[in-house]
Design a protein around this ligand. Structure first.
Ligand code: ZN
Ligand code: ZN
Length: 669
């Protein structure tokens, strides 16, 4: 490593050094050496160098030459370092080490290895400073071949017990993807420090093996080497979906570490986001703000999707302001993340504005906006955008087609959808994937072409997955097709035996056909297999806090008032002709538990809570983890009319914009 002299110190030093040299008539060794140790700037350095060259007492002084070499390397001038190196008549190991390090630090990896080979040829014996340097060179250039040779030499010289060399070997093998070898070196090291372990963590992380990297963290923790900020930094690029236990483990490390540095926060936020814990991620982000830690682009890349998940538009908006204030844009991926955040929060206007304001747009930018229009049921706008994107000369990719196909399916644009599907295959030579097939089945199913959708599945070159059968089953429920519905349900029970939603859909189909005996059978099968319905959860954001409601929830501090207000609203709704579905003859079994007729679904609680706590006319945004049930859908329509509010509910696969008693989905979802 080079010296970490601060630029400030460098500058202050060089000006005095400069005048110092000018006043010195003859430069003695001590004073030159002193100036060189302070790592002067390039101008001072050159002046000093020329004085040394013309001084017959000093031009053969090796220790001074080494200092000159180091100083040039620190100025990013390894070629000049080389010139000094070449002039030294007696090159010892120290001279070689400096030359190798100069090349290594300036990323001249091939030259570094060349110098190493040259020194071996000239019988200059490498020492325990040489090897870490050359190994780092192999690490930097993924040069496994030389790395293996070095490991051999190190072993022969008995230097493999050296802590630094061992660490470099672990890092080198890890970087080159030889994780077994890296682990073996680590295991055989007689003494290990945090860096040894971190090198192993880096190895796994760089090869995308987050879980294995975490196992190493656990091991080092047990052995008394506490994972530190460096460990966290190593983990960052690999963060992905993992077990709950692992999430808790990372949280433990995070809690017990110095949090002045941004990196641990970034890691923790990313872990939450990648593990579907957006609430925790946003909470942590707010804590981070409170602690006065400045977020960066990496933080935003993680937190913006979480804001999108929770429809936490006001936090997202604040991040947007921060990005503008700090001048972080133009930054394509950051701007795309902002468009996507607004889009998923249901703020179509803001998403559009953000998009329009971008200097450069790529397929990702367009795709975010198209899918936002699609999910809001504004398929026509999605189609218009897609043609605009084609006109702009961009080449749509596989995901862009998913967005347009799903926009067509959500809006019931059968012909347009079929046109784009053909265009994708014929014009853009994109081989359809399961996502595209799912969109097509959904498109045909929603349009009521159940048989056609079923035929489509039968002629697919790949096995249909859960989403595809699920789309077909959903369509069968809407169009009361029991025969095909049964086939779809059978396949689904095989593919996802524990997924309660499909049993519920099937029993809905039976219920609509009045087959109550079959409804009962499905229910008892569910009981037998121990299949539990997933609890419904609704989120609503208010003053930068996300409030979460469960069905029948009484844990909220305003719970009492919420239920009272809901009662009043239900009274008004009944005047408008509302008949709660739970009272009707049709026991429509829904995804949420209705066995207890008193249980109020989470979205109703969230809607009432939002109405109570916002001023008249403020739009209300709810995010729900399950499909909205029929009863809540009717209720939301009526509430939007009675209270004159726009209510946006995002459920598992679409947005419902309730306004003046109607929903954007045209009651098809
Ligand atoms: Zn409901
Ligand atoms: Zn709707």
């Amino acid at each position: 490593m080079t010296s970490t002299a601060s630029p400030l110190r460098l500058c202050r030093y060089s000006s005095t050094a400069n005048s110092y040299i000018q006043t010195l008539r003859k430069l003695d060794e001590v004073s030159s050496s002193c100036i060189l140790d302070g790592l002067p700037d390039i101008k001072t350095l050159k002046k000093l160098h020329s004085k040394i060259i013309f001084d017959p007492c000093q031009c053969n002084n090796t220790s001074l030459a080494i200092k000159l070499m180091r100083a040039y390397a620190a100025c990013g001038q390894p070629n000049v370092t080389r010139k000094v190196f070449d002039k030294i008549p007696e090159r010892n190991v120290a001279v070689y080490n400096v030359m190798i390090r100069s090349y290594m630090n300036n990323k001249f990896y091939k030259d570094a290895i060349f110098v190493y080979k040259d020194m071996c040829r000239r019988d200059v014996s490498p020492d325990n400073y040489t090897f870490p340097c050359v190994l780092k060179t192999c690490f930097g250039s993924d040069n496994l071949r030389v790395g293996l040779q070095l490991h051999c030499v190190v072993g022969k010289r008995g230097l493999d017990a050296d802590l630094f060399i061992g660490n470099c070997l672990v890092a080198m093998y890890g970087k080159c993807g030889c994780l077994v070898e890296a682990r073996q070196v680590l295991n055989e090291m007689p003494k290990r420090d945090v860096i040894s372990w971190n090198s192993m963590v880096v190895g796994y992380a760089q090869n995308g093996r987050f879980d294995d990297a975490l196992e190493v963290c656990k091991e080092m923790n047990v052995l008394g080497h506490k994972p530190n900020a460096g460990t966290m930094a190593s983990l960052l690029p690999a963060v992905s979906n993992t077990s709950v236990e692992n999430v808790l483990f990372v949280r433990d490390i995070f809690m017990n570490m110095d949090k002045k540095d941004l990196v641990p926060w970034n890691v923790m936020i990313a872990v939450y986001v990648k593990n579907s814990m957006p609430n925790e991620a946003v909470d942590l982000y707010l804590q981070m703000e409170t602690c006065g830690i400045e977020p960066d682009v990496i933080t935003f890349a993680s937190i913006l999707p979480a804001c999108g998940d929770l429809s936490a538009a006001s936090i997202g908006r604040r991040i947007h302001e921060y990005v503008e204030r700090k001048g972080l844009s133009p930054n394509l991926s950051l701007e795309n993340a902002l468009v996507d955040m607004y889009a998923r929060c249901g703020c179509l206007t803001e998403a559009r504005k953000m998009f329009e304001g971008m200097k450069f747009r790529d397929v990702v930018s367009w795709t975010s906006l198209i899918s936002a229009y699609g999910k809001s049921g504004q398929g026509r706008d999605g189609v218009a955008l897609f043609s605009q994107m084609l006109e702009s000369g961009l080449q749509p990719d596989s995901i862009a087609f998913v967005s347009i196909l799903s926009a067509c399916s959500h809006a019931g644009l059968l012909l347009e959808g079929e046109y784009y599907y053909k265009l994708m295959i014929d014009e853009y030579k994109i081989v359809p994937r399961l996502e595209h097939y799912a969109c097509m089945v959904d498109l045909k199913g929603r349009a009521g072409c159940i048989n056609e959708a079923f035929d489509f599945i039968k002629q697919m070159p790949v096995e249909a997955n859960e989403r595809i059968w699920g789309a077909l089953l959903g369509a069968c429920r809407v169009y009361n097709d029991m025969d095909i519905g049964l086939v779809a349900a059978d396949s689904l029970f095989e593919l996802a035996p524990k997924q309660s939603g499909y049993y519920v859909l099937l029993s809905n189909i039976y219920a609509k056909a009045g087959k109550w005996k079959d409804v009962t059978t499905v229910r008892s099968i569910m009981k037998e297999k121990g299949i539990k319905k997933m609890p419904g959860v609704s989120n609503v954001e208010l003053n930068n806090t996300v409030h979460t409601f469960l069905a029948g929830d009484t844990s909220h501090p305003q719970s009492k008032e919420i239920y009272e207000e809901l009662d009043i609203l239900i009274g008004k709704m009944k005047e408008e002709g509302y008949v709660p579905e739970i009272d009707s003859a049709l026991h429509d079994v829904e995804e949420e538990d209705k066995e207890n007729h008193l249980v109020v679904h989470s979205e109703k609680l969230a809607i009432v809570f939002a109405i109570m706590n916002t001023s008249h006319g403020t739009p209300i945004k709810i995010t729900k983890n399950l499909r909205v049930c029929g009863d809540c859908h009717i209720a939301a329509k009526l509430i939007s009319k009675i209270t004159q509010r726009l209510i946006v509910v995002r459920d598992t696969n679409r947005y419902h914009h309730f306004q003046n008693g109607v929903c954007s989905c045209s009651d098809y979802w």
